[in-house]
Design a protein around this ligand. Structure first.
Ligand code: C2O
Length: 542
């Protein structure tokens, strides 16, 4: 149970005072700790000047789709001055998830950790750590983030770059001198083991993270246990989480931890700065200069890909789910940028004086205005969405060849609110194929309502004849967000055993309003326990 009041907060960052939207007067917002099996009730009071919704990123929301939170998908926004109570059970998953605003760019400041520990009497599938520490990686603008987004959407340009990255809300000492004391410090005792719960809450950047001289042992990804994986750095796409064990096994001293982008988008500008914090051993002399880790170069795709693809699931660990072997529905989904025509009498600043847009299968997704999609589904109201989302057969052309792609009619994607309707319990196999329309990027694709198995991933065009042989049916990663390799593809499987309306979208925050999204409408099952209950009485109305 908790009360969350969302309101203006004045904070000082990078030597500037900035009014931000924040929860309970803290930035980042409060950490919520539950045990698997608990019911979480959060009263959200919107005292901010903006429309608001809160999403519980990665929570299955079994039969509680009304609490999922994406604006106009499962609810209308909570208007300024109103409240809504999110109530749901957290079940069959453990590890690190997070919560964030799911409307406009507000999640830049409205976010926090959601930590799910084993139920009473149950333990981790690894030695109990001495302490647990959330590490939230974020992105900071010296500006009102809602304005940053509105301006980008109005002009058609990419949004202004962020001014800093942050660790637990603090940029660290590589930014202006006057803000050098805004640095996150983690105190440790020599010989003890800590569980770091790392969350990439940045809006538009994947991030490498590393601690000087220390190894990290990955034990979970996206709140799914993995076979322990020892590494000296991790990389996470926006939306993803990584649980790592850190043993303070080095000489007593101070060590920097640091994060900087993995910027796979060839040539696109990005915030090329580094945030850092300090790991301080008990008894370390305060005078010593901490050691700095050497982070991978911003374009080090081999290092990023190795991390993304080499970790395997923990077969038969807590909440392990075997890969469903029988597929009911195959989808091939292209993901990429596109263009939108510039309205008359406007000067647009996107490529060729148009506006940036994005698409899945050449459809640019548009949110409905009058009624949320889940309300339309529940009350059988027509005209809110159409059920004709196309799933293309694979390989029509060379998707990752920019010189060909830029001449295709696909450049301008039609707009619509198209969904895929699935019968309850349908097993979906989905191939994501990046395209090189406008630019070639690594899109972090996030599915609401479900985890999925990552069967395989690679570069170039997906070729079923060859690539199906690489599928891992034994111990694949289970995730809620997959960073589809830059100019490449990934194959996932999930079982649609949760009725409701579930958005799947790129977690680069600017790509969502550009239309890089689609929706699954999953029908009710045959029994009351497989049927979505009616909405709570306080569900916000449009
Ligand atoms: Cu973390 Cu739809 O979002």
């Amino acid at each position: 149970m908790g009360r969350h009041s969302v309101q203006n907060l004045t904070v000082n960052r990078l030597c500037n005072k900035q009014v931000i939207t924040a929860v309970n007067g803290s930035f980042p917002g409060p950490t919520i700790r539950v045990r698997e099996g608990d019911t979480l009730i959060v009263h959200v009071y919107n005292k901010s000047p903006y429309n608001l919704t809160i999403h519980w990123h990665g929570v299955f929301q079994k039969l509680s789709g009304w609490a999922d939170g994406p604006n106009m998908i499962t609810q209308c926004p909570i208007r300024p001055g109103s409240k809504y109570t999110y109530k749901f059970r957290v079940i069959e998953q453990e590890g690190t998830l997070w919560w964030h605003a799911h409307v406009s760019f507000l999640r830049a400041t409205v976010y926090g950790a959601l930590i799910i520990r084993p139920r009473e009497g149950h333990s981790y599938p690894f030695p109990k750590p001495y302490r647990e520490v959330p590490i939230l990686l974020g992105e900071w603008w010296n500006a009102n983030v809602v304005d940053v987004q509105s301006q980008a959407l109005a002009t058609g340009a990419v949004p202004n770059l962020s001014n800093a990255f942050t660790i637990n809300g603090r940029p660290g000492d590589l930014y202006p001198i006057c803000s050098r004391n805004q640095i996150y410090k983690l105190k440790v005792e020599q010989g003890k083991t800590y569980l770091l719960r790392i969350i990439n809450a940045a809006l538009n950047n994947q991030l490498f993270y590393k601690i000087a001289n220390h190894k990290l042992t990955v034990v979970a990804l996206d709140a799914s246990y993995t076979t322990p994986y020892v590494t000296d750095m991790v990389v996470a796409a926006p939306g993803q989480t990584i649980d790592v064990l850190l043993t303070a096994d080095q000489p007593v001293g101070s060590y920097y931890m640091a994060a900087r982008p993995y910027a796979s988008a060839a040539g696109a500008p990005f915030d090329n700065t580094t945030t850092r914090g300090i790991l301080v051993y008990d008894g370390a002399p305060s005078s010593a200069t901490p050691l700095m880790p050497v982070l991978p170069a911003f374009n080090d795709t081999p290092t990023a890909h190795k991390f993304y693809s080499n970790i395997i699931g923990l077969v038969n660990g807590p909440h392990w789910v075997p890969v469903p072997l029988k597929v009911d529905y195959n989808m091939f989904v292209t993901i990429g940028l596109a263009l939108d025509v510039c309205p008359a009498n406007t000067t647009c600043q996107g490529p060729l004086a148009t506006k940036f847009s994005a698409s899945m299968n050449n459809e640019s997704f548009v949110l409905p205005i009058k009624l949320s999609m889940l309300q339309a589904f529940f009350s059988k109201v027509g005209g809110v969405y159409t059920t004709d989302f196309p799933a293309y057969p694979p390989v029509q052309f060379d998707y990752t060849n920019a010189s060909i792609n830029n001449n295709l009619p696909l450049l301008f994607a039609p707009k619509g609110t198209k969904v895929t309707k699935l019968k309850f319990n349908t097993t979906v196999e989905l191939v994501f194929q990046n395209t090189a329309i406008i630019g070639i990027e690594n899109h972090p694709m996030h599915l609401h309502g479900y985890n999925f198995h990552v069967l395989a991933q690679g570069f170039g065009n997906y070729n079923p004849a060859v690539d199906r042989k690489k599928f891992n049916f034994i111990n694949p990663q289970i995730r809620n967000t997959i960073a589809v390799p830059v100019g490449g593809w990934a194959v996932i499987r999930f079982q649609a055993n949760n009725p409701g309306v579930w958005i799947m979208h790129c977690h680069l925050d600017v790509h969502l309003p550009w239309g890089l999204a689609t929706v699954f409408v999953v029908e009710n099952g045959p029994t009351p326990t497989t049927t979505l209950p009616p909405p709570p009485a306080d569900l916000p109305q449009c």
